[in-house]
Unconditional design. Sequence first.
Length: 172
Amino acid sequence: MKKPTRPVWTLALCIALFPPLWAVLAPYIGVRTGAVALICAGVYNACSEQKRAVRMSLGFLAGDAWAVLALWIMEKLPWNENVELFLTLFVLGGVAVLIASLLKKVFYLPAWLSGWAIGLTVMAPMGFSAIGTYPLEIAAAMLVGVWYVGVFIDAIHSLLNRKKSADEEKDR
């Protein structure tokens, strides 16, 4: 078994420190959906490209809006809830893929679909009429996931490892 390298140790430190700070602070700023940030950070880290951060953010926000739209549509439809669910997901899922494919420079489709799933998971049990500020809280947590837990930690992690590399070069 190999010993963890310096980049692994510094990443462990960043992950151990920064997400828990968000978890503690989120309720104090009125965000009850703090864990959403960790899910979104996971999606960000799966692609690990800072250049996609804006598109990813817009995708998550579109997914959050899509969840609200889906709940509103399902509340208005007069059919069996399974039929409503299927038809709503069918239409909105297809439309999301089409929009994201036409606007590839604007939306990151995996984030849109993940954001939609996150929004539905959090808000569907309460129904459209009771969601209150949840869409805004989810949106805030999504952006924290991408920019704070994703981009910021990437930057700190790179800085910590760059400093060590520079120190190693001096020692040669």
